[in-house]
Design a protein around this ligand. Structure first.
Ligand code: COA
Length: 330
């Protein structure tokens, strides 16, 4: 594509990958941990099971599995990566970043590598950052990852949160191309909602060196989060369509953040999209935060549902609050 005689550069998804830890935790097993039921969890959230990282298995381990699968699918060697952006809210270490740990494991030393913490919107944020680098002509090949081990900061005695989350990672390789590609990304945040979904312990608040940090846990006012999420996702979907001059019926696939099936259904309804055109993995993965959108995308691609040339709407909402979307010609 050209504009005023100048060839435009787009970021195109060259390959996708994902990785899930082996251990599956079912709702039936959770019934033995807290006062809940498979019926309650499945009917309120759509979740039936989630994957849980093994002892010693880290966010970087999951990210590596997803990254290697995406690189193989793209036919890209690690030393071709010029930028690595990784969305996570559960990094292996406070520093170095998980992106740096992953870069070294892959043998991509030397390229820029950094983490993005935007909670469940982490992958959409990371994708948007990498898209800008490619569009600016700064890099030609980027690896974008969303990876989490949320199980490590769940209070397993709190039924309001422990039934919702899981571990996993997804990744995409982006390459510069003359045809789209990522058409637009839209990022937002409102820190005024901090207390509705948060972890009250950080490095400069509540952290006790040398002691067991029992206060590290996800706290959430679920029904309030639910209401804001539905309204906010409606708005960002409208914004994305408007920015691209598109009718809602133009979307081939909705690839949403996988937090709750009822939130996903509300967004699909807004788009007048039948659920057959929505990639749903929440039943099997639970909410894997920054891992969820790239896991769903990879599932859509590898199952043969998502085809080259189709128009995909990716969206996410999470703690912060943060939210965002990406319109992608796959
Ligand atoms: N099992 C059984 N009962 C449970 C339960 C569980 N795991 N968790 C909560 N309950 C109970 C509550 O205690 C409450 O009981 P009460 O009526 O006696 O007080 C009742 O179920 C209803 O709770 P409520 O929180 O109003 O339910 P809900 O329909 O809003 O569903 C969520 C709860 C968490 C599933 C839902 O609010 C949700 O998905 N919110 C968004 C979460 C989200 O997306 N977070 C991440 C954003 S990235």
């Amino acid at each position: 594509m050209t504009a005023g005689g100048t060839t435009l550069i787009y970021a195109r998804i060259a390959g996708t990958g994902s990785f899930l830890p082996q251990r599956v935790l079912t709702n039936a097993e959770l019934e033995r941990l807290v006062d809940t039921s498979d019926e309650w969890v499945a009917s309120r959230t759509g979740i039936r099971q989630r994957h849980i990282a093994a002892d010693g298995q880290t966010t970087c381990d999951l990210a590596e599995g997803a990254a290697r699968a995406a690189l193989a699918a793209a036919g890209v060697e690690p030393d071709e990566i010029e930028l690595l952006v990784l969305g996570t809210t559960t990094p292996d270490l406070i520093f170095p970043s998980t992106a740096c740990l992953l870069q070294h494991r892959l043998g991509a030393d030397g390229c820029a590598a950094f983490d993005v913490n935007a909670a469940c919107s982490g992958f959409i944020y990371a994708l948007s950052v990498a898209d800008k680098f490619i569009r600016a002509g700064t890099v030609k090949t980027a690896l974008v990852v969303g990876a989490e081990t949320l199980s490590r900061m769940i209070d397993w005695s709190d039924r309001a949160t422990c039934v919702l989350f899981g571990d996993g990672a997804g990744a995409v390789v982006l390459k510069a191309a003359t045809e789209p590609g990522i058409l637009s990304t839209h990022l937002h945040a409102d820190g005024g909602y901090k207390d509705l979904l948060w972890n009250p312990v950080g490095v400069s608040v509540g952290f006790k060196p040398g002691e067991k940090n029992a206060g590290v846990r996800v706290l959430m006012t679920g029904n309030e989060v639910f209401k804001v999420a539905v309204k906010t996702l409606d708005r960002v979907v409208e914004e994305t369509l408007e920015a691209n001059g598109l009718d809602r019926h133009a979307i081939d696939w909705l690839i949403p953040h996988q937090a709750n099936l009822r939130i996903i259904q509300a967004t699909a309804k807004r788009l007048d999209l039948p659920m057959e055109r929505v990639i749903v993995t929440v039943d099997k993965h639970g909410n894997t935060s920054a891992g969820s959108v790239p896991l769903a995308l990879d599932h859509g691609v590898r199952s043969g549902k998502v085809q080259r040339g189709q128009l995909l709407l990716l969206e996410a909402f999470g703690g912060g609050f943060t939210w965002g979307s990406a319109l992608v010609r796959y």
